[in-house]
Design a binder for this molecule. Structure first.
Ligand code: SAM
Ligand code: SF4
Length: 322
């Protein structure tokens, strides 16, 4: 699929729930309860159907996310089903890691090999402050089980925040180097009031400092998405930089997002969308679904406006599917 700016869209991110057991300060408001009604969640049959249609349209890469995807009951069963669909070549998962120790074996058996785990600090008090739960031990346990189950690569997503964890980037790099994880540093995005209040840090100076300290070169990582990577000369260690504000990457955007209620969002930072659930529940044929999706791809905006219009977006990341 090509959009009107000539970008190939071959990656779908699927939110299987908007619920979460954490309340990360940059993502969900503390008392947040405004969840989607279960009756409006796409069922596993509906998600599988949408994935099959996207796969026929040339999408080969799919990521399951949320909210916290490991909260959705029987999630490993869904992943196994999706993995068996013709044309699905790459199936990955983003998680906060709290349930990973329990679920890693079943996820591995379901055919998932690539994992992104959010971890913003190695200090228990800080994790508690950021996520509003004493979650560090569970997350570390989950990471070690995932490593022992042979997940590869395991990427650690660290949102860098002013006066919160910006002083911990080097410790996190050392932790990832020791464990063979890929570190990805993320700039806060002004998504919802939470995102706007998170304490933006420009990652460019941090990038220059890490490049000099570890003797890193610019490099490429398979399935790297929008992150720009620095890689060690022996290729053993890499750090990705997701810099939607200091150096946006919209011109190479290859993705769209399906939220738990079956809305296809064309851009993380804009409102353009297509409601697929009504079509699915009204008995649309595969050809009708394909046509609707192709029309929606045509609506994909050129770029986000996080810098120009930071107050624009009220929907939070956990709703769209991060
Ligand atoms: N719960 C899972 C997790 O935390 O990995 C998956 C969903 S979460 C919304 C996906 C990613 O979005 C996480 O890496 C999180 O750090 C990131 N995120 C959420 N809100 C953000 C914001 N305002 N700015 C930057 N990244 C954000
Ligand atoms: Fe939950 Fe992930 Fe949002 Fe944190 S970033 S509140 S773990 S959905």
């Amino acid at each position: 699929m090509q959009d009107r700016y000539g970008r190939t869209i071959d990656y779908l991110r699927i939110s299987v729930t908007d619920r979460c057991d954490l309340r990360c300060s940059y993502c969900m408001p503390e008392g947040f309860r405004d969840y989607e009604e279960p009756a409006n969640w796409l069922s596993f049959d509906e998600i599988s159907r949408v994935v099959a249609v996207f796969a026929r349209l040339g999408t080969s890469r799919f990521r399951i996310t949320g909210g916290e995807p490991l909260l959705r009951r029987e999630i490993a069963g869904l992943l196994g089903r999706l993995n068996a669909i013709e044309g699905v070549r790459d199936l990955s998962l983003s998680t906060n890691g709290t349930r990973l120790a329990r679920l890693a074996p079943a996820l591995r058996q379901a055919g998932v090999s690539r994992l992104n785990v959010s971890l913003d600090s190695l200090c228990a008090e800080r994790v508690q402050k950021i996520t509003r739960r004493d979650a560090l031990a569970e997350i570390l346990d989950g990471l070690l089980v995932a490593k022992s189950q042979g997940f590869h690569p395991i990427k650690i997503n660290m949102v860098v925040m002013q006066d919160v964890n910006e002083d911990e980037v080097d410790d996190m790099a050392g932790f990832c180097l020791r464990h063979g994880f890929i570190l990805r540093l993320i700039e806060t995005m002004p998504i919802g009031d939470t995102g706007r209040a998170a304490g933006f840090v420009d990652l460019q100076p941090i990038r220059q400092r890490l490049q000099a300290r570890y003797g890193l070169r610019e490099g490429h990582i398979a399935g790297g998405g929008p992150a720009r990577y620095l890689v060690s000369p022996d290729g053993q260690f890499s750090i990705g930089f997701i810099t939607p504000l200091s150096q946006h990457f919209c011109e190479t955007c290859n993705r769209v997002r399906l939220s738990v209620d079956g809305t296809l969002h064309l851009c993380l930072g804009q409102e353009h969308s297509l409601a697929l659930r009504p079509l699915l529940r009204a008995g649309a044929s595969d050809a009708e679904l394909e046509a609707a999706i192709l029309q929606a791809i045509d609506l994909k905006p050129e770029r986000h406006e996080f810098r120009e219009q930071p107050d624009k977006l009220i929907r939070i990341m956990a709703h769209t599917g991060g």
